[in-house]
Design a protein around this ligand. Structure first.
Ligand code: SAM
Length: 236
């Protein structure tokens, strides 16, 4: 955990670079859209909010938007965006039971070795009838296949997944470890056909791929997305 904090603190200095356009903007817009479906007008928590790129989108439609992250460096940037954030761990969330309507997390839980515990914590802090929305890196994806063939840095411009614990699971493996007290109500996928972020920078091809990614997000092909997204409803 301390190692992870040091890694993310170092990463925070350059995390926002180029994320306001192209591939990174697309995946953050898609993440926010999947949260909006259950989080409009609601009290919402982002687990592993980083510099607040998704949280600032969510804050635009939520009644209350709060972020938690283990990295002070990341949190400094989120605070400079005027966001309501606190330091804490995904596996011991610093909130009482049933504090929020929605808890969500993107690009985080695949790096948390105690994933079932993190999911149970997220379920604990939401109210009955509320929702979890989270992504997990998909073992059945083009992104994973390319990584396998060409190495861990081959599908990313910035993020060195080899430097920290990273798990790739199939959608079925994720469904099998969902915490008791919640039921799966939705599955979607982000980054279905994009082989590398640079593709989104190509003038005409980039626009076509972006459009297709929005269409595929809710299609059967989403099962093979780089990021499998799950929506879970907490029992009433
Ligand atoms: C790749 S960044 C993603 C940030 C943000 N979710 C986004 O989509 O822009 C991963 C973030 O998760 C945080 N993180 C990693 N492990 C965590 C844990 N166990 N508890 C809380 N935050 C964690 C890191 O500090 C980092 O800010």
């Amino acid at each position: 955990m301390t190692d992870n904090r040091d890694y993310y603190d170092a990463f925070s200095a350059r995390y926002d670079r180029d994320r306001d356009r192209g591939y990174h903007k697309l995946i953050d817009d898609q993440a926010a859209e999947l949260v909006r479906r259950v989080g409009e007008g609601a009290e919402v928590l982002e687990v592993g909010c980083g510099t607040g790129l998704v949280l600032q989108r969510v804050a635009a439609f939520a009644r209350r938007a709060v972020g938690v992250d283990l990295s002070p460096g990341m949190l400094e940037k989120a605070k400079s965006r005027g966001l309501d954030v606190v330091e804490g761990s995904a596996t011991a969330l610093p909130f009482p039971d049933e504090s929020f309507d929605v808890a969500y997390s993107f690009k985080v839980l695949s790096h948390v070795p105690e994933l079932p515990r993190a999911l149970a914590e997220m379920l604990r802090v939401i109210r009955p009838g509320g929702h979890l929305v989270f992504d997990i890196y998909n073992r059945h994806s083009l992104r994973f296949a390319i990584k396998r063939l060409f190495g861990p840095r081959s599908t990313s411009t910035q993020f060195d997944e080899a430097a920290i614990s990273t798990a790739f699971l199939t959608p079925d493996q994720v469904v099998a470890i969902l915490p008791p007290g919640g039921r799966l109500v939705g599955q979607a996928g982000i980054r279905v056909i994009t082989p590398h972020p640079a593709v989104l920078r190509l003038p005409a091809i980039g626009r076509a791929v972006e459009k297709l990614e929005w269409t595929l997000m809710d299609s059967p092909a989403a099962r093979f997305a780089g990021f499998s997204v799950f929506t879970v409803e907490k029992d009433r």
